[in-house]
Design a protein around this ligand. Structure first.
Ligand SMILES: [Zn+2]
Length: 273
């Protein structure tokens, strides 16, 4: 069995109708991201057929949609969507229907996203309160924003575990986060197959006990493909084991897969074994 620490089953199903059947065949437990009711209900239903860790949060890229569309018209609609999603988050967390709060965090990749930093802060603080109050793990989306995470480290220490989805920081930053007492896990996807030097270095240096793997399906597609899918998890883990061996560590794909499954269980409390 393998585990996929971050995916979007609803979005994947729109591109690949056989995705859920593939997941069952692979015996794969995934953590499923959602930020709208329609998405969440799809995931919740799929989780009844085969285990899934259900996650819910307002994505940090959403405020830039609000800003780019203005406060009325489409923007007003987006604002209502954010409000609806936030109240759904509270409802789902209170009802014990989610296994994690996420993906939340910061995207400061370009000027358009940076312009909404204040709103992203506001949203992030709300998600932190829900995660801490309900004793739920937090799944982070962090792009060009590791400094923000450091500024919140004293609050992140109170969260049972914190997953950095598609970790884009350095190995040194990962070590520093752990030293600050944050129970952090670092998830790697297809970036390590695509010669992303930082991700490869971090994957080599971070202890296996702190690693997770993900497909971010359908969003981390490999060259020549239209989307990523659950089966890609095996390519990712195989590559991570190779990276560790090249760094002089003894590590097989089977061992790494087992450790990642145990880590997945510690975070999401869903058993992939
Ligand atoms: Zn994602």
């Amino acid at each position: 069995m393998a585990s996929d620490a971050h995916s979007h089953p609803f979005d994947l199903s729109k591109l690949y109708a056989g995705a859920e059947a593939e997941r069952v065949k692979l015996n794969l437990v995934c953590a499923a991201s959602a930020w709208r009711q329609e998405e969440f209900l799809y995931n919740e239903n799929a989780a009844r057929a085969f285990p899934m860790a259900l996650c819910f949060a307002v994505h940090p890229q959403l405020p830039s949609q609000l800003a780019s569309h203005g406060a009325s018209g489409e923007g007003g609609c987006a604002l209502k969507t954010v409000r609806d999603s936030l109240s759904l988050l509270s409802e789902l967390a209170a009802g014990g229907r989610i296994d994690a709060v996420g993906e939340t965090g910061f995207d400061l990749f370009n000027g358009e996203f940076r312009a909404t930093e204040e709103l992203q802060d506001e949203l992030f603080r709300t998600h932190l309160v829900v995660a801490e109050g309900r004793d739920l793990p937090l799944v982070l989306h962090v792009r060009h924003a590791m400094q923000k995470i450091f500024s919140y480290s004293s609050l992140l220490k109170n969260i049972p575990s914190v997953v950095f989805h598609s970790y884009s920081g350095t190995a040194e930053e990962a070590a520093s986060i752990l030293r600050r007492g944050v129970n952090a896990y670092f998830s790697f996807g297809t970036a390590i197959l695509l010669n992303h030097k930082n991700a490869i270095r971090a994957c080599a240096a971070i202890d296996s006990e702190r690693l997770l793997f993900e497909t971010d399906a359908p969003y981390q597609r490999l060259p020549g493909r239209n989307f990523s899918t659950y089966a890609d998890i095996h390519l990712v883990i195989e590559q991570a084991a190779l990276i560790k061996r090249e760094a002089g560590q003894s590590c097989t794909k089977t061992e790494l897969e087992r450790t990642a499954d145990e880590n997945f269980y510690k975070v999401y409390r869903k058993m992939p074994l």
